[in-house]
Design a binder for this molecule. Structure first.
Ligand code: 13P
Ligand code: 13P
Ligand code: MG
Ligand code: MG
Length: 372
């Protein structure tokens, strides 16, 4: 049985114009780096480099497990090289997400976002890599719930006898660093009570229920790094990635894609301080230009075989997503009309982690007690 690790490690290390796209030379720098330092040396089996907006994304396959120091260092070094290009050419936000001066064993908490999954390869393994710009990990709560727990989304929950038992969700409290496992369908309402609170809880992993090993049951893994919490100040948005496995006891690829047909509202637009619809787009349209958005998601479909990546297929480039995009753009127009008002602008609590503290600091001596 081949055991495969997929590591998706991403960072925003520079872009143009402003926060719109990673320029091609920076993607090439990362490709060259991974080829020379990892693939040719046999450290990884395969890789793919792409961008969503201003975020530089790597997908690597190997057999070293999650949180492997060498793999994290490879990604870190590649980001440093790309950031050097951005700095030299005065691109925008050069080195934005690299919070530490030097690599120290693992990129978690140092700025880059990470989603890693270790699984036993089956006869055939479709894997979808999702990557977002201008949003946060909680953007995945609604679609991942629909994919793995809503029979109105996923026909397999009622039609595939191996899926009827349901799935187990691992949920993180992002601010208290606690986690809880919840089973569906039995604990559906408790799960929704938590993950509906997107300001606090994020789905981290989903497992198929049953007896098998975790490496057989793992179905989805979402990057939950909070950039601003790690940095202690606003530097940019988390812009997460996620890995989802499909078919044969997992949701069909089409059921996975169906989770992204809602143009649901997420946080992270303009200055990380606004809410707007999540717009599913092809990689070529992952260019968040209007008000630095609206928030984008791309989906790359791979077949993973013997640790090689076959593909990708640019999944949202299909015309069947045109009406979702139209709806999202209409919602975007409507929300923009509200300018600086909630709920287009995020709540004060959410602004704590972004741009409000300096404004409040400036005004703090000027609040007087109301006497009447
Ligand atoms: P699986 O048995 O591989 O999940 O096939 C179901 C399917 O492809 C439905 O579209
Ligand atoms: P990024 O997190 O994508 O760099 O966006 C930052 C921002 O403030 C956009 O308005
Ligand atoms: Mg940026
Ligand atoms: Mg970004």
């Amino acid at each position: 049985m081949v055991e495969t690790t997929i590591s998706c490690i991403k960072a925003d290390v520079g872009s143009l114009a402003g926060h719109v796209i990673v320029p091609e030379p920076m993607l090439d720098i990362m490709r060259e780096h991974l080829k020379k330092e990892a693939l040719n040396k046999g450290i990884i089996d395969d890789f793919y480099v792409f961008n969503v907006g201003d975020d530089l994304e790597t997908v690597m396959t190997h057999n070293r497990g999650a949180n492997d120091e060498k793999i994290h260092e490879l990604a870190w070094d590649g980001f440093i090289k790309a950031a050097d290009y951005a700095k030299k050419n005065k691109l925008y936000g050069a080195g934005q997400d690299l919070l530490a001066d030097a690599f120290s064993g693992n990129v978690r908490g140092q700025g880059p976002g990470v989603a890693e999954m270790v699984f036993e390869e089956r006869k055939s393994d479709p894997v979808i890599i999702f990557a977002c710009d201008k949003t946060e990990p909680q953007a995945f709560n609604l679609p991942i719930y629909k994919i793995f727990a809503d029979p109105f989304n996923t026909a397999g929950l009622t039609l595939d006898p191996t899926m009827i038992a349901g799935f187990t969700f691992e949920v993180y409290n992002l601010y208290e660093h606690t986690r809880i496992m919840l089973d569906t369908p039995e604990e559906t309402y408790e799960l929704l009570a938590l993950i509906g609170t997107t300001s606090k809880y994020a789905i981290k992993r989903v497992f198929k229920k049953g007896e098998g090993k975790e490496t057989q049951r793992i179905a989805a893994e979402i990057c939950t790094e909070k950039l601003n919490v790690s940095a202690g100040k606003y530097v940019g948005k988390d812009d997460p990635v996620a890995i989802v496995r499909g078919q044969s006891g997992f949701p069909a690829v089409g059921e996975i894609m169906e989770g992204f047909t809602h143009a649901h509202i997420v946080s992270g637009w303009m200055r990380g301080s606004h809410k707007g619809p999540l717009l599913p787009v092809s990689v070529k349209d992952a260019t968040p230009t209007r008000f630095d958005g609206p928030p984008r998601i791309v989906a790359l479909g791979f077949q993973v075989g013997n640790r090689k990546l076959y593909g990708p297929r640019d999944m949202f480039s299909d015309i069947s997503f045109d009406l979702v995009r139209k709806k999202a753009l209409e919602i975007a127009d409507f929300m923009r009309e509200q300018g600086p008002f909630e709920p287009h602008r995020v709540s004060e609590a959410e602004l704590e982690y972004t741009t409000m503290p300096q404004v409040m600091e400036k005004l703090k001596g000027r609040f007087k007690k109301i006497e009447e």
